[in-house]
Design a protein around this ligand. Sequence first.
Ligand SMILES: [Zn+2]
Length: 338
Amino acid sequence: MNTRRTFLKRMTSIGLLLSTSPLSKLSKVRTGKIFTVQGAITPKQLGTCLTHEHVMSNFGGEKSLEPAYDQAKLFSQVLPYLKKVKSLGCDSLADCTTAYFGRDVKMLKSLSEQSGVHIITNTGYYGAAADRYVPEHAFEEDAEAIALRWLKEWEEGIADSKIVPGFIKVAVDGGPLSTIDEKLFRAAAITHRQSGLLVACHTGNNPEAARQQLEILQEEGVSPSAWVWTHANQCSDVTHLIKAARQGGWVSLDGVREASIELHINYLKSFKKEGLLERVLLSHDGNSYPRGGAIRPYEALFTQMLPKLAEEGFSAKELHLLTVKNPQKAFTVQIRKA
Ligand SMILES: [Zn+2]
């Protein structure tokens, strides 16, 4: 069976591929913009962006579409923190907490309104952590059906919020891609092809899984420039990262913290030498409201890493590329075909 043709038929049958269809019109209208929890902004408005953080998460808890946060406690902890990182130079951040492990887009919207930080939320499912945050329906449905669910969020907004996702977040376990992880990644590629949303895939120190993801993108007719190798800083051999960047993928060095800065700077020097700084994204993978455990701050980039990079000879233009231009380019809605 030609699954691509079956999918096209299914899309057409529900009106999604017709030129007059809402989704096709939407994709045209939305191209060139970035979507935050407060609505569309221009790429310029994104400013200095942290590309992988968690404002809050229920990670470690049971999977649940509606996380039961203590709202008052969350606000009193997170709002001052967001105001602090804004004062350090952060204009925007991408929240990588997916549905079923703590995504709460209305909460993100209130926090964004009150802090002045643009927040981008996501569609997609988290297939790492041995699949414990993957909803039951994803095991039963095929990639196309899952993509249609994510595209519905893009088209109509998340639940009744009218808030649309600004990227697609998926995650894979260690080793070669499992059946469910492969399916979720393929669903992400299909969703990109229809929406132009960036695909960020939690991959870590797993070059083989990254290679498989690039293969799936090719099968689905999607350019590597639509894809982020998330937690690439965990990969112990930088040559794999250089290779992925050379193929056009985004390499996310997102574990910035005091203890990691030397490693990050060494990686950045390798990318600079290869003329590939334009493929790198930087962030902390912080969490200002984790379920239990200590807060993971997301400020070391501003307080420690950028000054250190300047000392090490990185120009203001290069720092601007890493913290402003690259995130702008990555998150701007644009269907990127292979
Ligand atoms: Zn994360």
